[in-house]
Design a binder for this molecule. Structure first.
Ligand code: FAD
Length: 412
């Protein structure tokens, strides 16, 4: 029966790919439609960190008093383009509303559940295709320069209280793991679980290759309209297609299609940047600076400096300065002389919702349409588990975790 069912997955980023592969495994005929191709947007240049320790939502009340200083600091991690301020305002009001105790606790609980299953879901998927070598399970480090020891212990205890294995390292223990970190670093928290990939784009391309080898179809086209009914008619820029079921995994662009179908969703984009340094052997695992709020990940092609949040929408051109500000930060916390960046800067559109939870699951008014978008800073981490959950729901199997908190109906 499943072989006769044709599922369309709109979006060829990590979320769409993992979903398509899981559906294929269950025997569905699957097509991916993407207007640009495989991993051409946010899934291409992210920091490659399977960040299973990140169980806390961004809407944290302790952030609020720090925002004015962050906005005034030219090297700061957070920017709103003045022209975008009014557009972003409703998102921010919802974001601030999420900082209350109960919503904060709810998002923490749901992120913890997703994170707990994320590495297992990747291993199950990658083992099947002999691709486990694409993930390195060496954990990660959160490093500190000016935070006092008591506060570092408190931060660690908060993680441990939420089931995240974490240890505080002193300077010599840290040095044994990462000898190229500078003496400015006074201590670190070591997260033993989690991992990284040395090329998120290559990971996506490897998944796409398997998908095609197994009979999957890749259509390069721009979806403009979805006509609903027993059969779903997808109108694209160049043609039209018919599917039995549809998964919408269009990342930061998902709002338009969801709105067309009659669903409200307060999706905006947190634009993030990366800069590549040529050195390939400076670090062994992802290292995040707690105070400078950026990450360095060892990649196959060099050291990737990534981070920053910029609110400027989907149309404004990238601002190279947002990437270049990462360089002085890296110089301050690495021992080695840093060579100038090898390649131009990159910018990606994180798909972000104010409650830091993605939308995963069936469309309440359309039994044959499923949403998988809004994975903000954790889309790489949550790729495989999202694909697994959507597939379980489509095949009406019990889902690994309860999907009701992720339903789009929370905004409608
Ligand atoms: C600087 C930076 C660092 C990051 N680091 C990490 C990290 O270390 N770990 C982590 O877990 N996450 C990280 N992220 C977040 C992560 O990259 C994203 O959450 C993830 O890539 C989102 O994947 P996606 O498949 O939903 O979206 P995308 O990769 O953006 O894919 C969406 C696809 O949909 C297609 N599309 C959109 N609309 C249409 C349409 N109408 N018709 C056809 N195709 C369409 C687009 O062309 C695109 O290919 C980072 C992000 C940034 C910017």
């Amino acid at each position: 029966m499943k072989g006769n069912q044709h599922v369309g997955v709109i979006g060829g980023g990590i979320i769409g790919l993992c979903t398509a592969l899981n559906l294929q495994k269950e025997g569905f005929k699957v097509s991916i439609i993407d207007r640009k191709g495989i991993a051409k947007e946010c899934s291409k240049g992210n920091a490659g960190h399977f960040a299973t320790e990140q169980v806390f939502p961004l809407a944290d009340k302790h952030l609020l008093p720090k925002i004015p200083k962050m906005l005034l600091d030219p090297l700061g991690p957070f920017r709103i383009r003045p022209r975008y301020f009014l557009k972003a305002l409703p998102w921010f009001l919802r974001f601030i509303w999420q900082m209350r105790k109960q919503p904060y606790a709810q998002s923490t609980k749901q992120l913890t559940l997703l994170n707990e299953h994320s590495i297992n879901a990747y291993q199950t998927l990658l083992r099947e295709f002999d691709l486990t070598h694409l993930i390195h399970l060496k954990g990660s480090l959160l490093v500190f320069e000016s935070t006092c020891q008591d506060e570092i212990e408190q931060i660690k205890s908060r993680f441990v209280a939420h089931g995240v294995p974490a240890t505080v390292l002193n300077k010599s223990q840290l040095n044994a793991l990462e000898p190229n970190l500078s003496d400015n670093i006074t201590a670190a928290i070591h997260f033993e679980t989690g991992g990284h990939t040395t090329d998120p784009e290559a990971l996506c391309i490897a998944l796409a290759q398997v998908f095609i080898e197994q009979g999957g179809q890749l259509i390069i086209d721009d979806v403009s309209r979805i006509n609903t009914g027993n059969k779903l008619l997808i109108k694209t820029e160049r043609s039209h297609y018919e599917f039995d079921k549809l998964v919408i995994a269009t990342g930061a662009w998902s709002k338009t299609l969801a709105n067309q179908l009659g669903y409200n969703v307060p999706l905006d984009t947190e634009r993030g940047y990366h800069l590549m340094l040529p050195q390939t052997n400076l670090l062994n695992r992802p290292v995040t600076s707690a105070e400078r709020k950026f990450i360095m990940t060892p990649m196959a092609s060099g050291l990737r400096l990534a981070g920053t949040v910029e609110f400027a929408g989907l149309q404004a051109p990238m601002n190279n300065q947002r990437a270049e500000i990462l360089l002085p930060h890296a110089r301050a916390i690495l021992k080695e002389h840093i060579h100038p960046p090898s390649k131009s800067a990159w910018m990606g559109f994180r798909p972000s919702l104010p409650d830091s939870l993605p939308v995963i699951g069936q469309a309440p008014k359309h039994s044959n349409i499923f949403f998988a978008f809004g994975h903000h800073h954790l889309g790489l981490t949550h790729g495989a588990i999202t694909g697994e959950l959507i597939t379980q729901q489509i095949t009406q199997q019990p889902t690994t975790i309860d999907l009701s908190p992720f339903c789009i109906s929370r905004f409608n």
